[in-house]
Design a protein around this ligand. Structure first.
Ligand code: HEM
Length: 392
């Protein structure tokens, strides 16, 4: 029974079990149970050197929850809190209800549920630890219109699953355990295509219709290991998360023709190929010119500006779409939960964002409205807890 496959051992702590006949549903429209491939029972290992939910192939749904610690919470309380949350996450991600789960039936279909924790400066200060020098608000950028409502918190929980009901239940169980330690600052929910709509591994599309995530670090490669995981200190095996809430103005984007849309990024909308190629993963040719001498890929396109000549200035992007209630007579209130993981925010993320801030055609239709940075500790072994390298 595919739905009950046990979790496979994983070195990275992040690789999900895959049903063997996964593509069956994609080719059948009968809707009968026999032709469906169920994936509710799929699990991602919780324990490991790295936390799950980073190298894990992105699930369909995510919610980021930012918590603010209550005044009385000290180092000992933080240890209790992280032990409790680790236990919840270890159970729920493996399809076992949380302790004293009020709706245990909702805890049995993890659908690749992962729970990933990140620490803000406030958490690390209360733990008596030393924060990495890149932790804190990013330098200000000219394009920013930041709403303090989406600012840094003390503790971040990223909850992701292919099933939105599973995600909601997991968040509720986790928050019940944080109640006496912290209050919720904000939550930000995002989505990609439902699992089974496309072959897994297909690059996601954002709400501009663009193929988004083509050039990215690849989990399991040396590049990924070197550029994503922190090498030393209590963060060894951990990483950083930059989460930017970027509003995408679909209403003004609507006025741009298809050619203009493709020029703004430097890639075709049909399949994400560079304007100088035909396949999604073709290398862009920045030297190619049109018959009248203009670069085929505009110099100020997002592609040209986001790419660095310095191979160290690369990040792992793992973003999600958001779509909320339209405000003030507009038709949409949508955008990207831009999420990137990198070993060093200052050395890797900031130079890219600086270049995009100076010039990027895409800026015409996008506005960063929220920004936060978290230190993401390493994973733990069974019997341990996430955060033990800081609190232990
Ligand atoms: C590439 C969209 C914000 C960094 C791309 C691509 C698209 C895209 C369509 C081309 C396909 C790909 O390689 O993924 C967007 C949208 C954004 C946004 C809609 C905002 C709403 C950002 C931000 C950063 C960033 C804030 C980092 C500060 C990159 C990088 C690439 C890229 C590094 C790959 C460039 C290369 O080919 O080497 N983005 N992006 N993007 N983007 Fe963005």
């Amino acid at each position: 029974d595919l739905a009950l496959r046990p979790p496979a051992p994983s070195a990275s702590g992040g690789v999900a079990t895959e049903p063997a006949a996964e593509s069956a549903a994609a080719t059948s429209d009968s809707g009968s149970a026999a032709s469906e491939s169920l994936h509710g029972g799929n699990t991602v290992p919780f324990y490991g050197r790295h936390q799950a939910g980073i190298a894990t192939e992105p699930q369909a749904h995510v919610t980021y929850v930012s918590l603010t610690l209550l005044d009385h919470v000290d180092r000992a309380a933080l240890t209790r809190l992280m032990r409790l949350l680790t236990d919840d996450a270890a159970r729920l991600t493996q399809g076992r209800p949380a302790l004293a789960d009020s709706e245990p039936e909702l805890g049995t279909a993890p659908a690749r549920l992962t729970v990933t924790f990140g620490f803000g400066p406030g958490f690390i200060a209360r733990a008596g630890g030393v924060a990495p020098d890149w932790l804190g608000p990013l330098p200000p950028f000219g394009i920013d219109r930041l709403d303090p409502a989406w600012a840094e918190g003390d503790l971040l929980i990223q909850v992701a699953s292919d099933d939105a009901l599973t995600r909601a239940h997991a968040i509720r169980m986790l928050l019940k355990d944080t109640r006496t330690f912290a209050s919720v600052g904000w939550t930000q929910a995002g989505f990609r295509r439902a699992r089974g709509t496309e072959q897994s591994g297909t690059t996601m599309r954002n709400l501009f219709g663009q193929v988004d995530g083509t050039v990215n670090l690849t989990p399991g490669t040396d590049d990924f290991d070197e550029l994503v995981w922190c090498p030393d200190g209590w963060l060894a095996g951990g990483t950083s998360l930059v989460l930017r809430r970027i509003q995408m103005n679909l209403d003004t984007w609507d006025r741009l023709d298809r050619g203009g849309r493709e020029q703004s990024v430097g890639r075709f909308l049909s399949n994400g190929a560079p304007l100088t190629g035909s396949g999604e993963h073709d290398e862009p040719d920045f030297t190619a010119t049109t018959p009248i001498g203009f670069p085929v890929i505009p110099e100020f396109s997002h592609l040209a500006r986001a790419r660095s000549e310095n191979a160290k200035e690369r990040i792992f992007r793992r973003g999600y779409n958001y779509d909320e209630t339209p405000l003030g007579g507009s038709v949409s209130n949508s955008g990207l939960l831009f999420a990137s993981f990198q070993a060093d925010v200052t050395a890797q993320f900031v130079p890219i964002q600086r270049r995009l801030d100076e010039l990027d055609l895409l800026n015409e239709w996008t506005t960063p409205i929220g920004s936060s940075v978290f230190a993401v500790p390493p994973g733990c072994a069974e019997g341990g807890f996430v955060g033990e390298t800081l609190l232990g």
